[in-house]
Design a protein around this ligand. Sequence first.
Ligand SMILES: [Zn+2]
Ligand SMILES: [Zn+2]
Length: 942
Amino acid sequence: MHLIVAEKNISARRIAEILSEGKKLTEHKDAGVSTYSFGDTTTVGLRGHVVEIDFEPGYKNWRSEESTPRSLIDAKTIKIPTEKRIVALLQKLSKRADRVTIATDYDTEGELIGKEAFELIRAVNAKVTIDRARFSAITPQELKHAFSHTTELDFALAAAGEARQSIDLMWGASLTRFISLAARRGGANILSVGRVQTPTLGMIVDREKEIEAFVPEKYWQLSLDTEKSTEPVEARHTHGRFHEKPPAELARDRTKAPLVVTDVKFSEKQDRAPSPFDTTTYIVAAARLGFSAANAMRIAEDLYMNGFISYPRTDNTVYPPSLDFEGILKTIRNSPFKKDVEWVMANRRAVPTRGKKSSTDHPPIHPTGAATRELLGDDIFRIYELVLRRFLATLAPDARWKTLKVLFNAGGEEYTATGGQLVEPGWHTVYPFSEAQETILPPFVVGEHLPIQKVNLEEKETQPPARYSQSKLIQRMEELGLGTKSTRHEVIAKLVSRKYVEGTPLRPTLVGRVVTESLEQHADMITKPDMTQTIEAHMQQIKESTRTREDVIKESRQMLHQAFDQLEANEAIIGDDIRGRTAEEMNLGKCPVCKGTLAIKHLRGNTQFIGCSNYPECTFNIGLPMAQWGFAVRTDEVCDKHHLNFVRLVRKGARPWDIGCPLCHHISSNAESLAEIPSMNETLAQKILAQHIYTVAELARSTPEALAKRLDLSPESAQKLISDAKSVLEKLRRRSECRKFMRDHLIPRKGRSYAKILTSLKSAGITELSGLAHADIGMLKAAGIGEEEAAQVLAEAKAVYYGQVLKAIGIPAVSLKKYVAAGITSPEAFCDQPPESLSKLTGMSPATVQRHVELVCTYLKKPVPKKFSKQQIERGKKELLAIKGIDKAMIEKLSRAGIINTTLLFEADAANLAAETGIMAHVIQDFQKAIQKKRDTAVIQI
Ligand SMILES: [Zn+2]
Ligand SMILES: [Zn+2]
């Protein structure tokens, strides 16, 4: 079998479709992974990297004494499968294969992915022939050529990719850990540092500092308005910017009619057709259409995988001589741009345009297939159109402009106006995305006089440099050698997702800035592009086989160790600096109670809340959900009413949870419980809010005097309000206890919603544990709980609830345990049997049991069973044993029914006693007869 390994499933399918050429193509699924077979050939797609590198075990614990952040520099790495099912299938297929062709993307990353597949295949099949197919577009022509001209895997190229992976892991992991630990940040709040990411952030921070340091300078510009053949014309003073006001004013005052045309110069300007797209110029052009860099790349990859455009990761701006322009034009003539394609076919320039960068890997990005809007959808189609039109433009003739420069004189002051007219639109015909604008001036004749309608003296200011847009940043990264064509847009996306930069254009956040500046101060090698450029140069050397991967990694380790020498020496300073300066990002605004500062506080163990800077004098606080539901951060939005920043809970991989204004949230989430206070009314509600009392608990905690004064109430009403609040608080406590009980005792199931179950119980009137303990099983079943589970929940609810009741009655916890162990769980059970038997069952003394029974029965308003002394019990036992047929086991049974002597046995109702003890009624009657006999002969005293 011939196995073809593609980079992704979609390319595996496309390759199979194209290579099968009408042969029957079948798709198989193996553990969810597709393969495509025709004849003796099978294609399978990877998911990019199917293995990843990580440190060998033992480096997971951040706070370990042995594996310090620095130890990660020299830590050994291993490869771990990340796509286990794909790896398993690849190896299974490889065992049967007699030839394997690696057909991953044609660049460093693709070569490395290919090498990873190579190693997995070799591990199970040492003999199979493995070759490599390289192509820049998934089109019939390219693929047929690539598969009939396969070569070897380029191990040098893959090694460069591997070196980059190792170095990135080592830099990123060790520095991220170091900085995060120094700043005492963990979990979702870590401070990430990266080899390319950090210098990129450094550029954004530097630009921001330039903007802040910028001192605008005033300047003046002089212009005048005139008119020719009823067309308004504006002419500018030829001096340009005046840096002082007086000379500008002087020039203005000297500008006097008539305005005389002194010169008219025509010239022609060639407007060269644009050069072909490489990744960077493509991203810049897509940005003008409103696509972010990451989005533009994602769409381009999509188009590539589907055979509509060539491989979009390329540094090449020169078409290779082998590119079949004729063929491409014919293909794309079937797209909706037929007219434009045909225009280019008819007007083609002799040689296509070329850019400055020529490399041998991929051709510049160009269309390879015909697509329609219906097929792609609006957004993808716009990108397809951009690539297609750019290709057409590179084959179209240059454009020609006619320019006109007119000089005027007014009172000795010279003015000028310029115009431009597209006389031959050339490539503009097919490429409407450029910004060139025509300015058409009316005809002027030297010597003619024109009116001066107005002289304008404008005061202006010099502007600071602009912030980076994503595409500008990518251009700048490329100039500085930061990252690669494949990674630049990802680096920027990471900076955004890690909250180091924000906005369009990009500006650093406080954390982004603080981390950068702190690193800059102590180990600027990490924040400057130089180090990254050095490493990029090393990658190139590995590709060219002039240096080994190991050698390059070794040098990188040395660089990193140097950085750590500086960092470790300043760890405390760096940590304090970052913590001190980022504390501000947690501030929300003024405390409503004391005008201190409210801030989000994160404690150990996922607890987070909003507290006041004047704690403990001011105890105002707002609770927040535990951090596992989302790490609380501040947003830029501010509440109109409370002037507090909004709070958002962010969790990796989940949509953020917006709390909004924390005080509005606090008020609304407490409104319902406050309304449960019987004496609450609208006026009082307003009053307590005005006094910054937001919760029932705060009311319950108050003293009557203080509350009366604060709310201007009579002491009696204040007292009433407090006791009302206390009972509402108790009710709330019981409700939340019931909710917690349900959550703890119901097994989480797919599709099970606790909220739904709780709502259903609530509508049945069950909100507290007492209700649940006495609930009918039907109610639980109606709430969607199965019979068996419902019975179990009820039993547990009873146990918990009765335990609480008994504890409240006064049964000590230690004794309670003994009762529960003996099966005595409900209060009723205490009064249903004689204390003597309880004593026996639990092993507690009869006196203790008696005390407990008295407590419970009094509480239940039931008669307290008679109590017997130890002596009485002993004496009664003797009496009973004297009766023929009564043995110790029988006495046991009788005592459980409260029968401890012959008198009681004699007085008992035989049928009832039989039912209670299990002794046959006629046997009891026999005993009673025997007692009667004895009574007849002796006097028995109790
Ligand atoms: Zn306060
Ligand atoms: Zn608010």
